[in-house]
Ligand binder design. Structure first.
Ligand SMILES: Cc1cc2nc3c(=O)[nH]c(=O)nc-3n(C[C@H](O)[C@H](O)[C@H](O)COP(=O)(O)OP(=O)(O)OC[C@H]3O[C@@H](n4cnc5c(N)ncnc54)[C@H](O)[C@@H]3O)c2cc1C
Length: 472
């Protein structure tokens, strides 16, 4: 039987970063799908390429964890900065999320006027800047020493943000902007949904600041699809694709791993499966550890389009509607166009990924025919509104269209939930850490601290990497 010091299960952003950072160890990475990258992968269907979910790449800049990790592994991604990160459209209100604060503020003031907009958005930006300046963020709860080390992180956070750290997003809005219009609240909620998977009533000021500040950073377009970053950083990693891990048993000196193809031994395991799905891999003690994490009933509905057009579009748009999308928990959808000069993604026309938020339970409850019917209703609704807003695109130019629900995500990448829970003062103690109480067993990914997307998962991976290096 083959034996390894480190086995990584899953090639999502978290698994891939950990594997790349530890490629000099005696390691192996298992990926059940034929594509690498999970929610950040690029797949081929009907001869065309599409990004599964993640399309924006943020955090490749000085003082940011992603740049640091990529420098450490000696990797320079093939990316281009988007001049306008996202164009947000709500009825006739068009706000371009640009990096330049003054330019952004003029637009906000025009469409969502408030005498304190400068104070509000200035504070949001400042909190985000100071967060990313904090060095040595640590989050673990497995021993007294680790608690103390985590407390030091919180000491730095409290020192930096003082009482702001304890404020809720909604009370901060009330204190600075007062009672805001429904449209302004929708504008803020729509952006928070894509960055922290929650609306402002559920998040802390810190989470709101990190979520809303996303476009104040450089937002990049990834040439040849998001999945190429993952494929590139895994080039020197021992990857076993299309090999699903079915069961893991603990041994005296490590773990016995049973896959769809073989059996392996590993001293240490990093699980890139979600905190909710990891329980399915274990029996008894470890299973009951994972069972205690309450399922987060959130997922994505995605549409994939191939559009035969030569018209110029931005890379990202967000459309905010008046009413919720059928079978979804949002009234907005996020659209990403490939660049026309991207030879891989834009072969045969634009590759477009559209996504919105839904619940796992909505789709799970439906039986075959009803599932298909409801999926079509949601797809048609989004398509109709998309064509309304992009009136230079005609229906007949859409040469391919198909969509995915939480069940599709489950089938391909083994997760029906998409996105973790927003961290606030109530949820922080339940937030999973990278280290488990079991020797040699670790977690990484967007259901683990620090959260979702490239920045959140990379921060979690960097905390885990330090833990691993202390162990090895
Ligand atoms: C629709 C959508 C749009 C998004 N847009 C953005 C964006 O624009 N920018 C951004 O930064 N983030 C975005 N995100 C969030 C981001 O994509 C995720 O937070 C991130 O990719 C999750 O990474 P992860 O490490 O948790 O791994 P995951 O993506 O969950 O990957 C886990 C991997 O493990 C594999 N696996 C699971 N079980 C097994 C098993 N038993 N054996 C072997 N392999 C297994 C899966 O196949 C998968 O490849 C988006 C997410 C979605 C869903």
């Amino acid at each position: 039987m083959q034996e390894y010091d480190l086995a990584i299960i899953g090639s999502g952003i978290g698994g891939a970063l950990i594997a790349a950072l530890n490629k000099n160890k005696n390691h192996i990475l298992f990926e059940k799908d034929s594509n690498l990258g999970g929610c950040a992968s690029t797949f081929k269907r009907y001869g065309n390429y599409y990004n599964v979910g993640a399309t924006t790449f943020v955090g490749y800049e000085e003082n940011h964890i992603i740049k640091k990790i990529f420098d450490d592994i000696n990797y320079v991604p093939n990316i281009e900065e988007s001049k306008i990160a996202i164009r947000t459209i709500q009825d006739k209100k068009v706000v371009d999320r640009v990096r330049n604060f003054e330019e952004f503020l003029i637009q906000i003031q025009e469409y969502y006027p408030n005498k304190n907009n400068r104070i509000f958005w200035g504070k949001i930006k400042k909190i985000d800047e100071r967060f990313w300046q904090i060095k040595n963020i640590h989050f673990a709860k497995y021993s007294l020493k680790s608690y103390l080390k985590s407390l030091l992180t919180f000491k730095d956070l409290i020192k930096t943000f003082e009482m702001d750290l304890f404020k809720s997003a909604s009370s901060f809005i009330k204190d600075t902007l007062g009672d805001i219009s429904k449209e302004y609240q929708n504008f803020i909620d729509a952006q928070l949904l894509i960055t922290v998977q929650s609306k402002l009533n559920d998040v802390s000021l810190l989470s709101m600041a990190l979520g809303l500040s996303y476009p104040f950073h450089k937002v990049f377009y990834v040439n040849n699809g998001m999945g190429t970053i993952i494929e590139d950083i895994l080039k020197e990693v021992n990857v076993h694709k299309k090999e699903e891990i079915l069961n893991i048993k603990s041994l005296e000196d490590g773990y016995l791993i049973r896959s769809s193809k073989d059996e392996y031994k590993a001293k240490n395991i990093v699980l890139n499966t979600t905190i909710y799905d990891s329980k399915n891999l274990f029996d008894e003690k470890i299973k009951s550890y994972y069972e205690k994490f309450e399922f987060s009933d959130q997922s994505a509905f995605t549409l994939y389009l191939k559009i035969d057009s030569k018209k110029e579009f931005l890379e990202h748009y967000q459309i905010i509607l008046k009413d919720d999308i059928p079978n979804c928990i949002s009234n907005s959808f996020f659209i990403s166009f490939s660049k026309l000069n991207d030879e891989k993604m834009s072969q045969n026309g634009y590759s477009v990924t559209i996504s919105t938020h839904t619940k796992v339970t909505t789709w799970k409850a439906l039986l075959n025919e009803e599932y298909k019917k409801q999926k079509e209703i949601t797809q048609n609704f989004i398509l109709e509104h998309f064509l309304d807003y992009f009136d230079t695109i005609k229906q007949e130019q859409i040469i391919k269209i198909f969509s995915a629900t939480s069940l599709t995500f489950q089938r391909f990448i083994g997760r029906e939930n998409c996105g973790g829970k927003a961290i606030n003062l109530k949820t922080i103690l339940q937030t999973p850490t990278c280290k488990t109480p079991f020797k040699g067993l670790y977690n990484v990914g967007d259901t683990i601290f620090a959260g979702q997307g490239w920045p959140g998962v990379a921060l979690g991976a960097s905390i885990l990497d330090k833990e691993l290096n202390e162990e090895f």
